[in-house]
Design a protein. Sequence first.
Lengths: 286, 272
Amino acid sequence: MACIELKQVSYRYPTSKTANLKEVNLTVESGEFIAVIGRNEAGKTTLCNVIRGFAPHFYQGKLSGSVHVNGKDVLRTEIGDLSWDVGYVFQNPFNQNSGVKATVYEEISYGLENLGIPRREIFDRVDEVINLLGIAYLADKHPMKLSGGQCQRVALASIIVMEPAILLIDEPTSQLDPKGTEDVFKIIDMLKKKGKTTILVEHKIDRVAEYADRVILMDEGRIVRDGPAAQILSDPALLEYGVTLPQTALLGLRLREEGLPLERIPITIDQAAVSIGALRKEGGGI
Amino acid sequence: MKALELKGVSFTYPNGFKALGKLDFSIAPGEKVAVIGENGAGKTTMAKLTNGLLRPGAGQVLVNSEDTAGKTVAAISRHVGYVFQNPDDQICNQTIYKEITYTLRYNKSCAPEEIDRRVKEALALAGMAGMEEVNPYDLSFSHRKFVTICSVLLQEPEVVLLDEPTAGQDLACMRRLENILDHLQKKGTAVLTITHDMEFVVRNFQRVVVMAHGGIISDGTPREIFWNLDVLREAALHQPYISALARRIGLPGKVLTAEEFAAALRGSGRTL
């Protein structure tokens, strides 16, 4: 079932001189894990803002076309009602902090309190999420006294705890070390297995290659590519849109240029190990 | 001579967390060093100690061979420019011009023509030429990061500390950042860069410092560091993708780049 449907959507922020989204058509099926890539200011965050109703409800500005989320007409639905369906994790985790709570535990509870969830259930859900994200040790810390990486995990936790069917996650790993990044991708993968729909804006293309099912490339407010990760991320045209390819794809393209008969351009280490490893064996006695 | 030297520096936060223990480190003028390590390893604490935002509990911090003990942050900052992890902790003016010239105007240490020359140079390097009058908060996170980098460039300090400049940068911004690193190196500036991007390290650095549990556990070339699996494990880091692939399929040599990978593959008997 389609849980997000955008038809001919164009949108312009009030402060912007030109359209920030142009004639965007997008259908997302329930349970998909989609990565949105593209250079800075290509429209990635704006796309998220339209799906969660903040554009135009909060930012104002002009929107044409239609946006439906879980069957709701977003243009006629209040942001508060949409927050049951859509969770958004901010690009800058420092901005997500409510600023009104004194501990991480209370910060993560905040959204549930606002939704009027019973107290006992709040405790259960917060406990589960902080264990899931490995941040139980931060529970009593002040939210403003966290490192970048810790702050990013707390921001993610405070959205996951609300259990929205659709998660919009805007560069969740920008402050994280490699292990933290890996952890976050594993968490998103796990949410996918629970049937959640995830739209992830991310620059770390090698991670995207490993986890995303489908990749959307944006440029100048338009969706310019939309397809399976393996197809989109092995296409050197990405470079013209200011997006790098996975390291293994760059390597594959180079080896092919040098005459190595690679059938497919690999986008992950696993794929590369198989395809390049096989060629080595064929080469004989290496 | 050393641009910056930390001698037996220890630091414990007021809550009792021992962030650094007896750290020794130095960097020469014109040297570029990458600092890697997991969150909480002590990277940012080390950066804050070098420009006086934090003061060592034990040991000495020397800038241009002078002990910084007793000097104000403002005085140290003239020699050590620090670009924060979060640009929003740093930006406090309504226009880019006012923001990046703030210190120079305040110090009155620089002629107006020279300030304008530096503004033009820095904005061109940052890909923001002609944007003097734009409000930094109308820009993306990535651009705001470049605004803070420009603020530091304008002061022309002997040491520059960049705290995770690669976070959230696209390809074009990454290239701009790499240009700025080269520019600083040519000017003889010592540059210390904290980063989680191993590919960025391979492309741009000859010296890498690995931090773990509040100390430096290794200091060497990218090849030495990224093929020392024990060090990587201790620091919870991984090899760059190309190195990991080379190891996985058993390519000889300590491969770091796609170019080396192709050469090693040719050398290993496969005729291309």
